[in-house]
Design a protein around this ligand. Structure first.
Ligand code: HEM
Length: 509
């Protein structure tokens, strides 16, 4: 073949390949659009025309996965806000969108007003955690409990954690645990120039505190076993529910089985001791309260109910507090002006404490106004609980759009906290924005709102404040990888768990 002919054949082949690719792309586009439309029709047809017309904008996406890929992609690529931003871009700033996630038709709510309406409507909504999460936390815990049972057990368990008397009684233990932990880490870093995984250590510390409150403490081996299991449990919480070896969800189910076994062992020990007539020397803890609790018909809780409530509380009671303590410390250390202002406040508080007083009191804690602003700003900025789950028990209209009975609802606290209309310059860490500012209802939701408001909110703030108080007065943190990548699932954290050197800077410590 002549050279000219060869060139012509190559060009023709290129044209053919381009034509095949173009046809392929069109076919893919048509198939993709068709499958999405079919899935939408399948999920929405039963609503009938009138109700369908009132649905918020959005789409169901592909069967089975829906928006899960987009959600995981955004969070795993370090751009969590890209997920909701894509709804805003495609469907407008309605603040209410429909989609398909965690195997269910779902409504996403992203504005303070919409979140507040749903959180305050106990008649129209119950909790709606994905089935896979319920299987991990426990079907008999608060995440899946009927309304009346939830009210009763919440009352029973919340008062002993959050009231003035409860906090006063926990404060000395928190104070001791914080000071001894800081001292131990500084010693470890001093010897041979070592480092600590600051987040891992903080999670251990907050876990120790919550185990003391709920189980009256535990030996080191039990504590480590529980802690490790909780780490696996949490990784599985926001992962795809694939129960196959090698997947996070599979490991999390194994972790739950181990947690049940450990807690069953503690419970059996308590029951056996009671049967033999032994009385415990230490004071009453949450496990005792749950064992003794009776409803109005004299019914006591079964072992599996007690264990599920404990698994939930022990998890909720240490993960978020540990993470927020780490971020608040990091932000303080990264912002010298904020650090100095917070430190000056703590020094003033120390000067006001009478020499006869040992340790901090709740009165001192109440004087920590600026530190409280630092913590609120950290809660807003970090968005540790970025979303909450509900399910509609009847048709409800939000912002003029229908949430059909039975559909799941996701409340995007994260979107509320980074809305520039609510928080000007939202990507700036600025504790002073809280000075003299009482947030409008629904605009600040780090602990949720309404009947499911976090029962540990005051305890969490107390723990974090006590830690920061001692840190500001006696220690400094130097991160090994200050620009370390942040992973956003299950909670925002640096991938190196905040590897750092802790240095003691005051002789008082
Ligand atoms: C900084 C720390 C914490 C944060 C950011 C946080 C956040 C939250 C949020 C947003 C909710 C509401 C979930 C919803 O609306 O469905 C919640 C519920 C809950 N939290 Fe916390 N929490 C923290 C600390 C604690 C502590 C220390 C405890 C235990 C002592 C605790 C125990 C619980 C429990 C049991 C629930 C479920 C309440 C219910 O369904 O009635 N949390 N938390």
């Amino acid at each position: 073949m002549a050279v000219g002919e060869q060139g012509g054949a190559a060009v023709a082949a290129l044209w053919l390949a381009a034509a095949v690719a173009a046809v392929g792309a069109v076919v893919l586009f048509v198939v993709d659009a068709g499958v999405r439309r079919l899935h939408g029709w399948y999920r929405e047809a039963a609503l009938g025309e009138e109700r369908r017309a009132r649905l918020p904008p959005g789409e169901m996406g592909w069967p089975v996965v829906g928006a899960m890929w987009a959600f995981l992609r955004a969070f795993k690529s370090g751009k969590p806000d890209a997920f909701i931003a894509s709804f805003v871009r495609r469907f407008g700033r309605t603040g209410v969108y429909r989609t398909f996630m965690f195997s269910s038709p779902t409504i996403l709510l992203t504005t303070p007003e919409a979140c507040k309406q749903v959180l305050m409507d106990d008649d129209g909504f119950v909790t709606g955690w994905p089935k896979a999460t319920v299987a991990l936390i426990g079907p008999k815990s608060f995440v899946a409990m009927p309304y009346d049972e939830h009210r009763r057990l919440r009352k029973l368990t919340a008062a002993p954690i959050n009231g003035f008397d409860a906090l006063t009684s926990y404060l000395p233990f928190i104070d001791r645990t914080v000071t001894s932990s800081l001292r131990a880490w500084a010693d470890e870093c001093a010897d041979g120039g070592g480092e600590v995984a600051f987040l891992t250590e903080l999670r251990r510390m907050t876990f120790k505190i919550i185990v003391q409150i709920f189980l009256g403490g535990a030996d080191d081996a039990t504590m480590r076993a529980l802690e490790r299991s909780y780490t696996d449990l949490n990784y599985g919480m926001r992962a795809m529910a694939i129960n196959l070896p090698g997947f996070a969800y599979h490991r999390a189910l194994g972790a739950r089985r181990r947690l049940v076994a450990v807690l069953q062992g503690v419970l059996d020990g308590r029951r056996a001791a009671t049967a033999k007539g032994f009385t415990r020397s230490s004071s009453v803890d949450m496990m005792d309260r749950l064992i003794e609790a009776e409803d109005e018909h004299g019914r006591r809780l079964e072992d599996d109910e007690i264990i599920d409530i404990l698994i939930m509380y022990l998890n909720a009671g240490h993960e978020s507090s540990g993470h927020i303590t780490m971020w608040a410390t990091v932000f303080l250390q990264e912002n010298p002006e904020i650090f100095e202002k917070a430190k000056a406040e703590q020094e003033a508080i120390m000067r006001s404490i009478p020499p006869t007083q040992t340790g901090l009191t709740l009165r001192d804690f109440r004087k920590m106004e600026y530190l409280s602003q630092v913590i609120d700003e950290t809660l807003r900025f970090v968005n540790i609980s970025f979303v909450s789950f509900r399910q509609a028990t009847k048709d409800v209209f939000v912002n003029g759009y229908l949430i059909p009975k039975g559909w799941k609802v996701q409340l995007w606290y994260r979107s509320v906290h980074i809305d520039p209309q609510v928080y000007p310059d939202p990507k700036k860490f600025n504790p002073s924005r809280w000075e003299g500012h009482s947030p409008r209802a629904g605009t600040f939701l780090p602990f949720g709102l309404g009947a499911r408001l976090c029962p540990g909110n005051d305890l969490a703030k107390l723990e974090i404040s006590v830690f920061l108080h001692h840190f500001l007065l006696g220690y400094r943190l130097k991160r090994t990888n200050p620009n370390c990548r942040v992973r956003f699932l299950p909670h925002p954290r640096p991938v190196d768990n905040c590897l750092a050197k802790i240095t003691r800077v005051s002789d008082e410590y």
